[in-house]
Design a protein around this ligand. Structure first.
Ligand code: NZQ
Ligand code: ZN
Length: 386
């Protein structure tokens, strides 16, 4: 196991009715809040009214930034920073899916930066002071409520980058699984694919002795397998929604990654797809993952596929390659069971930008680890996925 410093500073309030803690928690940081949300789902489910009533009853002054779009834009972040400066905001509250939470985080990190916030996405070393952030997730997917990352798109440049800093962990997050009851089937499915992929990104690692992390990862995969379809068919099944919601946080809050090398190759590919074609993040991951597995299977990676096949899918055979191929098949079967697409053509992507996306993917970071990829490999995976 590699050395690591354990720190997950976000305070979590989990369960039905936990919104009760909101005013006390906010007041630890001030009484002027910017609420950041999306296209209206929080109004339909009544969460918006609950928050406003709590703020009105407790003398908390609030301002709003609604209309955050999926694959959130830097333009919205700029608007939010302006609101924070003009109104002396003390805490940014992201309410909704990853897009709203990530916008809140990017606003908080851009607030004290003396320049355009996109600079921070391009070069995270420029990050300085960060405003306090809090989150109320309504979708189980990104785990943004318990990690220090924000992913933002720039439509003008067709880029989608991530910024992170230890100060970007939310101070607190309120996680009430009932807020996810209204999530449509397709968003539930893409959220689960995202969680599954986060677990994979940590699991497919060249660090062999992280037994604890690997067995925890397998447990979280089993949560997705057990409850994924249930949450789609029974949207108000609390047990399913609660287990998936907690899995979404644990998959990407560092717990599975501490002590391990992890290169996040599939996410690098998917961020190119959603940057250039504005597709849903989880859908892109579900398409790419099984092809990436097929492409990456060889004698030196075999052991990891065998662990997955045996420990998660219960496969047995004297032929290790048979188990490995079975694990890839089971992974695709799982995404199929969630009614997710399996080819790029299905989401309207052709081969026109494959080379550009592959070059852009490796320009920002080296994908080196258990499943190392160069630009040529990435192009090949895109072609397989066509
Ligand atoms: O905009 P509203 O009206 O809220 O509707 C949203 C949106 O249309 C809807 N929704 C969310 N909760 C709902 C609901 N509809 C009904 N009932 C509810 N309870 O779902 C749609 C998608 O929302 P979005 O926030 O875009 O989804 P998600 O949580 O999947 O976030 C995706 C974004 O996060 C990034 C992705 O790249 C993408 O930009 N990621 C962020 C990460 C992070 N911060 O750590 C890591 C991830 O790997 C990922 O890259
Ligand atoms: Zn993801």
């Amino acid at each position: 196991m590699l050395n690591f410093d354990y720190s997950i500073p976000t305070k979590i309030f989990f369960g039905k009715g936990k919104i009760d803690v909101l005013s006390d928690q906010v007041k630890k940081y001030g009484d002027r809040v910017l609420i950041v949300y999306g296209g209206g789902s929080i109004k339909k489910m009544g969460l918006y009214d609950s928050i406003i009533n709590i703020f009105n009853d407790n003398d908390i002054t609030y301002f709003e930034l609604g209309g955050v779009e999926p694959n959130p834009r830097i333009t919205k972040v700029r608007e939010g920073i302006k609101l924070c400066i003009e109104n002396n905001i003390e805490l940014v509250l992201g309410v909704g899916g990853g897009s709203s939470m990530d916008t809140a985080k990017a606003i908080a990190v851009g607030r004290y930066y003396d320049g355009d916030p996109w600079d921070l996405l391009v070069d995270r070393s420029k990050v300085g002071k960060v405003m306090p952030i809090a989150c109320i997730p309504t979708m189980a997917a990104t785990g943004s409520e318990m990690n220090a990352v924000s992913v933002i798109s720039n439509i003008e440049t067709n880029e989608k980058f991530a910024v992170s800093s230890v100060d970007m962990f939310p101070k607190f997050s309120i996680m009430d699984p009932t807020y996810t009851f209204s999530l449509p089937k397709n968003q539930t499915a893409s959220g689960i694919a995202d969680i599954f992929s986060h677990i994979f990104e940590n699991y497919f690692s060249s660090t062999r002795e992280a037994f604890i992390q690997d067995r925890m990862a397998e447990a979280l995969m089993k949560v997705c397998l057990k409850y994924g379809r249930v949450a789609m068919d029974q949207p108000d099944n609390y047990e399913a929604r609660a287990n998936i919601m907690w899995a979404s946080s644990l998959a990407i809050n560092g717990l599975l990654r501490f002590g391990k090398e992890a290169v996040w190759g599939v996410h690098t590919l998917e961020h190119e797809l959603s940057a250039k074609y504005d597709i849903t993040h989880g859908v892109g991951l579900a398409i790419i993952t099984p092809y990436w597995m097929e492409y990456g299977l060889n004698d030196s990676t075999l052991y990891k596929f065998v662990e997955l096949g045996k420990n998660v899918f219960g496969l047995e055979s004297d032929d290790e390659y048979e188990i490995a191929r079975g694990a890839i098949k089971e992974t695709r079967k799982f995404f199929d069971s969630l009614e997710l697409p399996s080819t790029l053509s299905e989401v309207g992507i052709n081969d026109k930008q494959f080379e550009k996306m592959a070059d852009d993917a490796v320009a920002r970071k080296d994908i080196v680890g258990l499943m190392s990829l160069n630009a040529n490999d990435i192009c090949n995976i895109f072609k397989m996925a066509l």
